[in-house]
Design a binder for this molecule. Structure first.
Ligand code: FES
Length: 205
């Protein structure tokens, strides 16, 4: 299960870059003037993009001021969603699905590889600071279980060896090819088609 961790090391301040302030304006304009709090998720996501994939507490206060919201309300949003990180996650952020289908198909082996190669505990950076890992709930690719998400990409049909290879690549600052480790196309059967072998329509014509 994923636990939200808040970094003990925090910067004193945060401000959006000039470019991102334009984005903020655009996001806020999408909503009626008295409803600008609706832009909170977009702004937090923007913070994360600007700040190496994590959100410091100073940024939560900053977003609260921009949107005229109480700090605690922005904090509640930031601590609720698992895609918002409140601690540094490294250049390569590995999310390991440990919900039932992935667990049945060997997610524990993936966890063992992460512990051995990245860090003993989740939410901690690897020694070279390039990687971190965390357990998450179903990522919606159960049919290709077990799987992990690295940054925006999915890696599926994994086993211990394949995961070790992927993690070693990341630790050497190389991004491996995403997709199925068994070269399946999407969720097609592993050993080729077993039904609908001929291209006939429903009437058999
Ligand atoms: S259970 Fe792992 S992707 Fe759904």
């Amino acid at each position: 299960m994923s636990l939200k961790k808040i970094s003990k090391k925090q910067p004193d301040t945060f401000e959006f870059s000039k470019e991102n302030l334009h984005e903020v304006e655009k996001e806020i304009k999408k909503y009626p003037k008295n409803k600008k709090a609706s832009a909170v998720l977009s702004l937090l996501y923007l913070v994360q993009k600007q700040n190496h994939n994590w959100i410091p507490l100073a940024a939560i206060k900053y977003v609260a001021r921009l949107l005229d919201m109480p700090y605690i309300k922005v904090y509640e949003v930031a601590t609720f969603y698992s895609m918002l990180n409140l601690t540094p996650v490294g250049k390569y952020f590995v999310q390991v699905c440990t919900t039932t289908p992935c667990m049945i198909r060997g997610a524990q082996k993936i966890i063992d590889v992460c512990k051995k190669n990245i860090s003993e505990n989740q939410n901690e950076l690897s020694e070279n600071k390039l990687c971190s890992w965390v357990e998450v709930e179903c990522l919606g690719a159960c049919v290709n279980a077990p799987m992990i998400q690295i940054n925006q990409d999915y890696f599926e049909d994994l086993d211990g060896n394949k995961t070790t290879e992927i993690i070693h690549n990341l630790l050497n600052d190389k991004f491996p090819k995403p997709g199925s480790a068994k070269n399946r196309k999407n969720s097609a059967p592993e050993n080729g088609k077993t039904s609908l072998l001929e291209e006939k329509n429903a009437q058999g014509q």
